[in-house]
Write a protein that binds this ligand. Structure first.
Ligand code: SD4
Length: 350
């Protein structure tokens, strides 16, 4: 069932929005039934959309840029920085869960409406990976920097070194070490839709959930950003889809953009976000394009797909948006001048 709950109308799209997000989370978790969007509301610009419940707070900061005629690129950078700075969010930035060795490594990428891209892979000790990715795009002749080189570049650009492993994340890692089983949990962000109750999965209750954000600005341009600490307890050095342009994010200013969340290996195998954008080019609606990308994953590996989550989110140049996931429970946030919505659950195969 595709459902939507309208939370906040135009009047609430102000700086005070932040204070709603805790209540929003509680509200949606207690009652996930929502109403379908009307076509008139699904085609406005500017607009920003992003993955998961934490997209609500992130969209609010992006909206501050978009509503003052700022650029889509500035909007997506500012927006996802909210999730990166939130220590309670243990799948992005500061407070992200570490890898198997207890080290937090961040992956991020950004893409503008001129087709420029920047990415950092396995970046350590820098909170705002997305800002480093933007610097890679704007200040270097390259598109990706990884590991030590990315860190060194960040320092040269004036970023400060920070320990990203919070006490809570360290505790979860130590708990996980007791069994040390790599067992990604479906929808770690959304406790109502997890594949098992957290108490049945000691140390395994958190595994993934990335923020991917797409924004269409008042000038009609589109940009995107994607940032994550990746799969919790991954092998050191593992890279997922999130910093890989075409996989975790893709923008084509003629058509629209797409981003993904979930088990990145399957997204990379199918070049998921590029596929979604190309399907939109062929005339698919954003939601149908996301669905077809999910179906590719399911058709290729039906057994694997049963036990993992992958979700795609897409926005076209008309401001129409849509999403589709393998499993129930993938939520996403939408913000334009009429509304600040959390769509939960989005459409899914199972
Ligand atoms: C990854 N796609 O590293 C990321 C993790 C994640 O929702 O989203 N999850 O594979």
């Amino acid at each position: 069932m595709f459902n939507r709950r309208k939370f906040i109308k135009k009047s609430a799209l102000t700086a005070g929005l932040f204070s709603f997000s805790g209540n929003l989370r509680a509200l949606t978790q207690n009652n996930p039934s929502i109403i379908p969007p009307s076509p008139s509301q699904n085609n406005m610009k500017p607009i920003v959309i992003s993955t998961w419940d934490f997209g609500v707070a992130a969209n609010a900061d992006a909206w501050k840029v978009l509503s003052t005629k700022g650029s889509c690129l500035d909007a997506v950078e500012k927006g996802v920085m909210v999730a990166e700075a939130d220590e309670k969010n243990n799948s992005v930035g500061y407070g992200g869960l570490p890898d198997r060795d207890g080290i937090v490594t961040l992956d991020a990428c950004i893409m503008d409406s001129d087709g420029n891209i920047g990415a950092v892979l396995a970046l350590e000790n820098i909170k705002h990976a997305i800002c480093v990715a933007r610097k890679v795009m704007e200040k270097t002749p390259h598109v990706m920097l990884a590991g030590k080189g990315a860190y060194q570049f960040a320092l040269e650009q004036g970023f400060k070194t920070e320990n990203l492993l919070t006490q809570e994340s360290e505790k979860a890692w130590k708990e996980w070490l007791k069994n040390a089983k790599y067992n990604p949990v479906i929808n770690s962000e959304n406790k109502n839709y997890q594949n098992a109750a957290p108490e049945k999965l000691p140390g395994n209750q958190y595994n993934h959930d990335t923020i991917g954000m797409l924004a269409l600005d008042v000038h009609g341009n589109i940009a995107g950003a994607c940032t994550t600490s990746g799969m919790a307890f991954k092998l050191h050095g593992r890279i997922g889809d999130s910093p890989i342009i075409g996989a975790g994010l893709y923008i084509d200013n003629e058509i629209g953009g797409a981003t993904s969340t979930g088990v990145g290996e399957e997204v990379v195998r199918n070049v998921g976000s590029f596929l979604v954008v190309e399907l939109m080019r062929q005339g698919y609606s954003p939601q149908d394009a996301c669905k077809e990308a999910v179906m590719r994953i399911i058709r290729k590996k039906p057994q694997t797909a049963k036990n993992i989550q992958v979700g795609f989110l897409a926005l076209n140049k008309k401001g129409e948006y849509g999403a589709y996931a393998i499993q129930k429970g993938f939520s996403y946030a939408v913000c334009n001048e009429n509304k600040q919505d959390l769509i939960l659950p989005g459409k899914s195969y199972y």
